[in-house]
Each structure stands twice: as structure tokens, then as C-alpha cells.
Design a protein around this ligand. Structure first.
Ligand SMILES: C[S@@+](CC[C@H](N)C(=O)[O-])C[C@H]1O[C@@H](n2cnc3c(N)ncnc32)[C@H](O)[C@@H]1O
Length: 422
């Protein structure tokens, strides 16, 4: 209810729910319902709309959320009807909304009598694809051949992907250990350190997690470290570093590099320090705004810059289904302006012959190839370099990994070199 009606972030609400529920089975059930309702939000909303004689009042948002959760269990999970109806009715009493028991009963029982009529019709694209209309239109326009696969991938359950810390053993050895502990896992094709564990488990149960042997990170995010092409002796700026997934991977894979991990968000930066400590790695953690280098830069040029820009996160909807409800079309021009401003501020900090890797977890061309094209026009000494990558859609500038492709999130990468002549 708080995600749908109050703009709350799903991750944050789930964390609060976990603190209130001591039984891991209850935590799991709440997570299943909350993520599931948001993944299937538009179809469930339509189904509920056809079942209610009149819309519920704003003050009954809790009952609406309870009904959506019941419909999700009935129509997506296939939970036995009596369990869903009894559970939802008793939830009304626990919520002090005993008056709603009869309504919840009637709607959930009624939904089972009217299965086909309440399903999504061809006229309702939002319900058909479980995305807001503006985003469907944007994805169809950008990927006329791939849009059904993208929209389907966005409502699928994401894989539980790990990155093995090379400094503490390779992924084959780690997979053998996982399997000995009863967790089946397979190797990710595009990432030298990536593994997918077939059934998600709490990180504390992963062998050697506390000792820094492994981290949770999507495969597409694991591409950054090798694409940057860092070499021993390099000075590297990770300009939007928190919580530090890509910074840590760089430090795990390249010896003798001096990395500055910059971020504007103090709380998120604390997670960079925690990760570095757990993994036994060392970097310079700096609080600062990437658009104002004068406040944090020491004046020495960088050999490599990773610009993992703040973005719409439309490539990671399967992991954060609330993005579909929170993101608005007007956010996109504001984000592209910010991405361009960060690029412009960082470009002078790169040495001649150096390289900047521009990355986002967006699938919208406005935030990706268009930002790069505009930056190239403003900086005559910038030239796009070839990306050595066997996945993703090749674009004029950079490559777009699509959500679900080779088990990865949607990610954009473009490598830009600084040439001699300005
Ligand atoms: C996509 S996230 C980075 C994820 C990170 N690279 C990783 O792999 O774990 C984008 C980050 O940019 C930061 N950010 C946004 N605007 C910024 C700015 N002007 N300067 C520095 N960091 C900024 C946000 O706080 C956020 O942590």
C-alpha cells in the first residue's frame, strides 16, 4: 500500500517488514506478495476494477492492497482458493477492518467465477504487458523487434547472481563448494567471475560470504570492470561509485591501481567502505558532487574514469518492480541533463589517451547513446572505442544489453577515448 499510494521504495518497505516479522517463512511470503503484486500490478488492478461495483475510497487503500495480494495468489501463484480467501478475510480483522471481511470474501470468490472476463483485453496494453503506457511506448519505439522479450523479462523473477572474488579463489572452485553445501549453480557466459545460484539464499548462508569470497552482483554490472581496460599503475576515478559493486570488482581483478570511489550520497558511501572491508580491498572513498570537481579533485589526471551514471533504472525493473510505478516521463529529460552535466565536468579530468566508460542500467536511448552523441558533439577530443563484448545490441555508439539477455539485467556501455587534438 505504501509503495502504490505513498511513493515509498519497495526495498525500504521490505526491510521494515523483515524487522517486524521474526519468522523467515512470513518474511518470504510478504516478499513474494509485495514483489509479485508490483510485477503484475497493471493486470491485477484491471482485474480488481472489473470485480468492484464501485472503486474503493482512498482511505481503504489497505483493503485494495490486500485484494490485489489475494488476486496475485489466486491467479499468478495458483494458491488454493480456500487458503487465500480465509487468509485475506482474517487479515481484515487483524487490520481492524472487520467491515471489509464480507467484501474481500465476495470479491475473491467472485473472481474465481469470472476468470476470463477479468483478464487483460487487447484494448488494455498496460494490463497486457504489466507496464505503464508511456514506458511500453518508449520500449516498443526503441526495440521494435525485442520489445515483447524485454517486457516479459521485466516481470520475471531475476536470477540470484554472484561475483566470485578472484583474489580468494576462482568461480569453478567456488561453484564446487556451493554444490557441496547443497546449492546448485551455473556459470554466466559473459562474465569471468559470475555464477547464478539456482535458488536464492540469504547471503549469510553462502560459503565464505563474511570472509569476502563472494558478492551479490548482476552479470551485466560485472561487465564494467573488464570493459574499462584498467592496467596496473593506473589512477582511476569511479565517479558514481556507491554502493561500490563495480569499484570492488575492479580492485579484485586488476593489481596496483589507485581507485578513487566518489559519490554524492553519504549513506550509500558507507556501504562502499563496508564492502571494501569485507572483501579486504583498498580505495580512496570520497564524498563529493561529480559535477563540481573543484571541491574534491587533487588536480592529477586519471587514466580511466568509470561514469556509472544516475539513471531511470529501466534496465533493472525485474529486480525493482516499483520503478514502473514511481518513474514518470518527465524524469527522463531531467536525468539526461544530469548525465550530460556529469560527463562534461569529468571529461577535463581524463588524461590524453585515457578512457571513460559511460554506463547506465537504463534501456532508454535518451539516457544512453543520445547522451554519448551529444557529449561527442561538445568534446571534439572524444572518440568512441570498440567494446569487446559478445552480448548486447550493437549501436552506433556503444552496446545495449537487454533485460533477460544471457540472464543479465538491462545495461548500456560505451567506451570513449580522449584523443590528442582538441
Ligand atoms: C547507478 S548508481 C551507482 C552504482 C555503483 N556504480 C555500483 O556499481 O555499485 C548511481 C550513483 O550515482 C550517485 N550520484 C548521483 N549524482 C551524483 C553526482 N552528481 N555526483 C556523484 N555521485 C552522484 C548516486 O548517489 C548513486 O549512488
Amino acid at each position: 500500500m505504501r509503495v502504490i499510494h505513498a511513493g515509498a521504495l519497495l526495498d525500504h518497505e521490505m526491510e521494515l517488514a523483515r524487522q517486524q516479522l521474526s519468522d523467515p517463512r512470513d518474511q518470504g511470503f510478504v516478499q513474494e506478495c509485495a514483489y509479485g503484486v508490483l510485477r503484475h500490478y497493471y493486470a491485477l488492478r484491471r482485474r480488481l476494477g472489473t470485480l468492484l461495483a464501485k472503486p474503493l475510497k482512498k482511505r481503504d487503500a489497505e483493503i485494495e492492497a490486500l485484494l490485489m495480494s489475494g488476486l496475485y495468489q489466486l491467479f499468478v501463484l495458483g494458491t488454493p482458493a480456500h487458503a487465500v480467501v480465509d487468509g485475506s478475510a482474517s487479515a481484515c480483522r487483524e487490520l481492524d477492518r472487520a467491515w471489509a471481511t464480507a467484501l474481500v470474501n465476495a470479491i475473491l470468490r467472485g473472481s474465481l467465477r469470472n476468470v476470463a472476463a477479468a483478464g487483460p483485453g487487447d484494448d488494455d496494453q498496460e494490463a497486457r504487458w504489466n507496464h505503464p503506457r508511456w514506458l511500453i511506448d518508449a520500449i516498443v519505439a526503441a526495440y521494435p523487434a525485442h520489445y515483447p522479450a524485454i517486457l516479459e523479462a521485466n516481470i520475471a523473477r531475476p536470477p540470484f547472481t554472484l561475483r566470485v572474488n578472484r583474489r580468494r579463489g576462482d568461480r569453478l572452485a567456488y561453484r564446487a563448494e556451493l554444490e557441496a553445501a547443497g546449492f546448485a549453480a551455473y556459470l554466466l557466459p559473459d562474465c569471468a567471475d559470475g555464477l547464478v545460484v539456482e535458488t536464492p539464499v540469504p547471503v549469510a548462508r553462502l560459503p565464505g560470504f563474511a570472509a569476502g569470497r563472494v558478492s551479490v552482483q548482476d552479470g551485466a554490472a560485472q561487465l564494467a570492470a573488464s570493459l574499462l581496460g584498467a592496467k596496473p599503475g593506473h589512477r582511476i576515478l569511479d565517479a558514481c561509485a556507491a554502493p561500490g559493486g563495480k569499484t570492488m570488482h575492479l580492485l579484485e581483478t586488476v593489481d596496483d591501481i589507485a581507485v578513487t570511489a566518489l559519490d554524492v550520497d553519504t549513506a550509500r558511501l558507507a556501504r562502499v567502505r563496508d564492502n571494501a572491508r569485507r572483501l579486504g580491498l583498498d580505495c580512496d572513498v570520497v564524498i563529493g558532487d561529480a559535477t563540481i570537481p573543484a571541491t574534491w579533485w587533487d588536480g592529477q589526471a586519471y587514466d580511466r574514469i568509470l561514469l556509472d551514471a544516475p539513471c531511470s533504472a529501466t534496465g533493472v525493473i525485474r529486480r525493482h518492480p516499483d520503478i514502473k510505478l514511481h518513474r514518470q516521463p518527465a524524469d527522463i529529460p531531467a536525468l539526461t541533463a544530469r548525465q550530460g552535466a556529469i560527463f562534461d565536468a569529468l571529461w577535463p579530468l581524463l588524461r590524453e589517451g585515457g578512457k571513460l566508460l559511460y554506463a547506465t542500467c537504463s534501456i532508454l536511448p535518451q539516457e544512453n547513446a543520445a547522451v554519448v552523441a551529444a557529449a561527442l558533439a561538445r568534446h571534439p577530443d572524444a572518440a568512441v572505442e570498440t567494446l569487446h563484448l559478445d552480448c548486447g545490441v550493437p549501436l552506433r555508439h556503444g552496446r545495449q544489453v537487454l533485460p533477460g539477455e544471457h540472464d543479465m539485467d538491462g545495461f548500456y556501455y560505451c567506451l570513449i577515448g580522449k584523443t590528442a587534438h582538441a
